[in-house]
Design a protein. Structure first.
Length: 246
């Protein structure tokens, strides 16, 4: 499986609790792997396919949380060496790569609305969305496959598989260590950005096209002057404090 190009070892945080077979398959300790090499190690340990999972929109005061799962093709073709953490790419490049990923890869996208985030909390909403996205790709896999689910920042239950336990584990800063997770970060980010762009047309006075719903000074001022929309997260500060103050 192709990987991204080498980056500095210090920029790659460690993998959390990988299966012993993965650690054994690595020619060097996992902490010495260059960014993007984890997918090859997981593949060498006998897992196929590899599904990367990530989310966008955990911190904003407005809009949905969007999770994505991506199963890359065995031959990345034009995507070889192009995938990186979505935050390291320009908006234009993210859009280009997202189009390619939707054409070449298996992709699932799950959104959790602001009202649901307020009901269950952001941590629960995050895990549920990540698991739901992964499950959409797992459900159609042949029973002969041995998939691995690589999740950025969250540990999901192995039981996310439709037929039982699936190898799944948390990778800190996974979008910098795994090309599959990087692909998921690009899909999730572009999907949420498209939603925010539409919302900016509906509520132009809030300036969502500039701050994407994050709690900037301009966004907080708009909230003070206009109040929240139906898509604001009312349990998130400073909005929660503003609402409780009356």
């Amino acid at each position: 499986m192709p990987t991204t190009g080498p980056q500095s070892r210090t920029s790659c945080p460690p993998v959390t609790a990988p299966p012993p077979t993965v650690a054994a398959a690595a020619a060097v300790p996992l902490y010495q792997l260059r960014c993007g090499q984890l997918d090859q190690v997981v593949s060498d340990a006998g897992y196929h396919p590899i599904i990367g999972v990530d989310e966008a929109g955990r911190g904003p005061l407005f809009g949905p949380l969007v999770a994505a799962a991506v199963q890359l093709p065995d031959d990345l073709g034009a995507l070889t060496g192009q995938l990186d953490d979505s935050k390291q790419l320009t908006a234009a490049r993210r859009e280009q790569l997202a189009v390619q990923l939707h054409r070449q890869a298996r992709v699932a996208v799950v959104s959790v609305a602001a009202a649901d985030i307020d009901t269950v909390g952001i941590g629960v909403a995050n895990r549920q969305a990540l698991a739901a996205a992964a499950r959409q790709l797992l459900v159609d896999l042949p029973q002969t496959e041995t998939p691995a689910v690589l999740v950025d920042g969250f540990q999901l239950e192995p039981a996310i598989g439709p037929a039982g336990a699936v190898a799944t584990w948390q990778i800190i800063k996974g979008d910098r260590r795994s090309v599959a997770v990087a692909a998921a970060s690009i899909v999730a980010k572009t999907a949420r950005d498209a939603w925010v762009a539409a919302a900016a047309q509906r509520w132009p006075e809030y300036g969502f096209e500039r701050h994407k719903g994050y709690g900037t000074a301009a966004h907080r001022l708009a909230l003070e002057q206009l109040g929240p929309t139906a898509e604001h997260r009312r349990t998130f500060n400073p909005l929660a404090r503003m609402l409780s103050a009356g």
